[in-house]
Design a protein around this ligand. Structure first.
Ligand SMILES: NC(=O)c1ccc[n+]([C@@H]2O[C@H](COP(=O)([O-])OP(=O)(O)OC[C@H]3O[C@@H](n4cnc5c(N)ncnc54)[C@H](OP(=O)(O)O)[C@@H]3O)[C@@H](O)[C@H]2O)c1
Length: 392
């Protein structure tokens, strides 16, 4: 195994003592609700929250099909491990903004996520969303903490312009964009980027449940995923761009994406060719990826990896079945770094669409928001004052 693969949060990444202290000061963990808790992404969130040191799952919400039933009755559970005890007996609520929690994750179908997320933000809830609806809004951070944590400065502007008080919306990118941009970031910093040509081979779990019909995907490849190429060509521009104090300035990259659905359960593989601004050797590219390291603040978040990009040297890796769980599903795994006859460099990358590309990404975003003091105790019953956020 590549030594970086061991560099997970159970190894070298310390948990933030300051934040653990803050949880103790509150007398409890932050209370989290999950909108869309019965879906593929929502189930991952429910599982991750059951084991989380800072957050406690107190509310689950979904459609009218599910509301009023207990979570275990309503959910069609897809994970190998059992439904967490903490969630099993929660009664599924509807998506009205009256939940007993400090903030919500949204894993709602995009047909409903837009207005529901706005209703929650207007009612005072921080909304940490997986859905596409608000990703490209002019005042909503599209966040990968390792890439553009500075974009959180847009939150007060969003609150002011929309008349929100303590509420706001922060989103994570599309599942195939998440892995791609994590790999582009160290290369953009070291050499600058000009052109990106990417072909994806995307897992079926990326389409939710029941997703693509088995008769369409078994022994087949579907060379079309509605809206996906547009997202992959636009979201990296915002992620790798800048917040200038009043607006997001796009990175101005040339990006062309081809997206394909393949009969793989979890894990999106991407074949990428890159044009760099500065000439770099393959060894320098490999080194920039291998040494990409997050700062102390991020390393202290429970879901963060100190080295979120893992480089493999084997000529036939990464592979979804073998490598999708690297870094507990939060790493982007890169291999096959070689010269490109058309651009400068080509490589293959893999990331877990449901963890790095969805539930894990949202959890990491929420941890950064909590660490920076954006998530408050909303409970009317509690008089305990929160400790001040960490000095920035
Ligand atoms: N799958 C991925 O890899 C991935 C990655 C990144 C982002 N996303 C995004 O994350 C969101 C969830 O994706 P998913 O794959 O988990 O989808 P999914 O399995 O289809 O789950 C959708 C969830 O939305 C709820 N819902 C549907 N219609 C509703 C309504 N009218 N009112 C309230 N709740 C409603 C469903 O509740 P019921 O069970 O009650 O119907 C379910 O909990 C989507 O916006 C998707 O684009 C997915």
């Amino acid at each position: 195994m590549n030594p970086q693969a061991r560099d997970g949060r159970n190894g070298q990444t310390p948990r933030s003592e300051q934040e653990n202290q803050r949880v103790k000061n509150m007398g409890r963990k932050w209370h989290a609700g999950v909108l869309g808790a019965t879906g593929i992404v929502g189930q991952r969130l429910v599982k991750l929250l059951a084991e989380h040191p800072w957050f406690e799952l107190t509310e689950v919400a979904a459609s009218e099909r599910s509301s009023g039933r207990t979570y275990s009755e309503a959910v069609r559970w897809h994970l190998e491990t059992p439904i967490p005890e903490a969630a099993r007996h929660l009664v599924v609520k509807g998506v009205a903004p009256t939940l007993d929690c400090d903030f919500v994750f949204s894993a709602l179908d995009s047909s409903v996520a837009g207005p529901v997320e706005e209703d929650f933000a207007r009612a005072g809830y921080p909304v940490v969303s997986n859905s596409r609806n608000h990703r490209m809004d002019v005042d909503v951070p599209l966040l990968i903490p390792e890439v553009n944590a500075a974009h959180l400065a847009a939150i007060p502007v969003q609150q002011k312009s929309r008349g929100y008080d303590t509420g706001f919306i922060v989103t994570n990118p599309n599942c195939s964009t998440a892995g791609l941009v994590l790999v582009l970031k160290p290369l953009a910093d070291a050499f600058g980027l000009e052109r990106i040509f990417v072909v994806t081979l995307q897992a079926i779990s990326g389409a939710g449940y029941p997703g693509v019909a088995s008769m369409d995907i078994q022994g087949n490849v579907v060379p079309f995923i509605s809206g996906e190429e547009e997202k992959m060509e636009s979201e990296p521009q915002k992620l790798l761009g800048k917040w200038d104090g009043t607006r997001f300035v796009e990175a101005g990259l040339g990006i062309s994406a081809h997206c394909n659905r393949v009969p793989v359960l979890d894990g999106h593989l991407e074949c990428v060719s890159l044009g760099l601004k500065k000439i770099a050797s393959l060894a320098e590219v490999r080194e920039a990826l291998r040494t990409f390291e997050v700062d102390h603040e991020l390393a202290a978040l429970p879901t963060a990896l100190r080295h979120p990009v893992i480089v493999m040297d084997e000529e036939n890796r990464p592979q979804p079945r073998r490598d999708v769980e690297a870094g507990e599903g939060m790493a982007a795994v890169v291999g096959r770094i070689r010269e490109c006859p058309l651009h400068d460099v080509k490589l293959t990358l893999l990331s877990h669409n449901l963890l790095r590309g969805a539930a894990g990404a949202a959890l990491l975003n929420a941890e950064l928001l909590a660490a920076r003091g954006f998530i408050k105790d909303r409970s009317p019953r509690r008089a305990v004052k929160l400790a001040e956020p960490a000095a920035r």
